[in-house]
Design a protein around this ligand. Structure first.
Ligand code: PMP
Length: 424
């Protein structure tokens, strides 16, 4: 496989941008590939190599790269203009769609990214409850703003900043609990009266895929209600992926606030936070909680997001995507078991992740025990055999409506090929 164009451009990038990437998860050794184009479930790098894509831009592309219908919606909107600094029709239609589809969304406010959405939701939770404490999950990721940039660590402890430049004061009111442990969360609330709420992914997606134990989400709903704290579901990944009603629709647990990004922008930058009318009415200009953005509700992103959501709303789309994913995952699990290599594949709907060296991952601490070196070996093997995974072991493999049988066959065969050559 010739990669000389990528190698040279990656070198150029390293000189002009830190690490040669615009977001750290994209970096890998010896150099990240520079991508030229994407079509359906495949991408092509600037050396002309094709890959079946399982990264899918980390989640927004549920209908695939360059989906003709989404591309047309974008073209139609760009002919009319790209941004107005005023309400626009695509924004109205997207807001209408979100508030009529997502159970918790009585009202919704658009933003530009998942990071912004969670930043605003956290501020809103604090403003509404007049409390300061924010609880997050160990291993939970909610974007790159100060309150949630807290190092992983177990126990109900105050966090320490996970980045230089975040003052300790900014995370003094951020607390960590483990996923799938409602008791730990409840005892924190019993001991601390200054908790505004918890921000959590209903299905963890930033330590690989970790699903809720039976009753866990309902228990979190009950505990927050009893303690006057808000339940915030960060559905930046799971929004419109786990079902049209998102994770909350699938599990039948309605949070007070929800954040989204990724799919609602259909491959263009977007974010949103939404929830109970009484809480959302606190947002400026109606209320005293500030949220704003030049590009918030951008009409091009809204048009792309709306078309994507409309495509997925067609009969059978979610079911067939899930079936296709689960058939592939079942085959990969069989291959893993037959190979004798220790590991597990965790999955829900059209998301899955592969862990080596562990049998099950139920929370952020478990995920830390997975064998990262083995994942790196697999990543490298898959890449050189034409399957592009997200480079990090804690990321999610995303399937899309555009993944065809040939692509699934290629993914499974390549994974089997990798397992065969692992030295035991
Ligand atoms: N929340 C979750 C759950 C995420 O996975 C991410 C990004 N992967 C974010 C928030 C931040 O979103 P963005 O990258 O659009 O700022």
């Amino acid at each position: 496989m010739r990669l000389s164009n990528s190698e040279s451009e990656a070198g150029q990038l390293r000189r002009i941008t830190p690490g040669g990437v615009s977001s750290p998860v994209r970096a890998f050794k010896p150099f990240p590939l520079v991508i030229d184009s994407g079509q359906g479930c495949r991408i092509t790098d600037i050396d002309g190599n094709d890959y079946v894509d399982l990264c899918m831009a980390y989640g927004p592309l549920i209908v695939g790269h360059s989906c003709p219908r989404v591309a047309k919606a974008v073209r139609d909107q760009t002919k009319k203009g790209s941004v107005f600094g005023a309400p626009s029709h695509p924004e109205t239609k997207l807001l209408e769609k979100i508030t009529s589809t997502v159970p918790s969304a009585e009202m919704c406010r658009m933003a530009v990214s998942g990071t912004e959405a969670t930043m605003h939701a956290v501020r809103l939770a604090r403003g509404y409850t007049k409390k300061n404490g924010i609880v997050k999950l160990n291993g939970g990721f909610h974007g790159a703003h100060n309150t949630v940039l807290v190092a992983a660590g177990s126990g109900s402890v105050n966090g320490t900043p996970s980045s230089l430049g975040v003052p300790e004061d900014d995370v003094r009111n951020t607390y960590l609990v483990e996923y799938n442990d409602a008791g730990m969360f409840e005892s924190l609330l019993d001991r601390n009266e200054d908790i505004a709420g918890i921000i959590m992914e209903p299905v963890m997606g930033n330590v690989g895929v970790v699903t809720p134990k039976k009753g866990y989400l309902a228990e979190m709903r009950k505990i927050t209600k009893e303690h006057g704290a808000l339940l915030i579901f960060d559905e930046v990944i799971t929004g419109f992926r786990l079902s049209a009603g998102s994770a909350q629709g699938r599990f039948g647990v309605t949070p007070d606030l929800t954040t989204m990004g990724k799919i609602i922008g259909g491959g263009y930058p977007a974010g949103a936070f939404m929830g109970k009318r009484e809480i959302m009415e606190m947002v400026a200009p109606n209320g005293p909680v500030y949220a704003a953005g030049t590009f918030a509700g951008n009409p091009v992103s809204a048009a792309a997001g709306l078309e994507t959501i409309d495509i997925m709303a067609e009969k059978g789309r979610y079911d067939s995507l899930e079936k296709k994913t689960q058939t592939l995952v079942a085959r990969m699990r069989d291959a893993l078991e037959d190979s004798g290599v220790r590991g597990c594949i965790q999955s829900i709907a059209s998301m899955f992740s592969i862990y080596f060296g562990v049998d099950e991952v139920t929370n952020g601490s478990d995920a830390q025990k997975a064998d990262r070196d083995m994942f790196a070996e697999m990543f490298d093997y898959m890449l050189h055999h034409g399957v592009y995974l997200p480079p990090g072991p804690m990321e999610v493999e995303f399937m899309s409506a555009a993944h065809d049988e040939e692509a699934c066959e290629k993914i499974a065969k390549t994974f089997e090929g990798f397992l065969k050559q692992v030295k035991k």
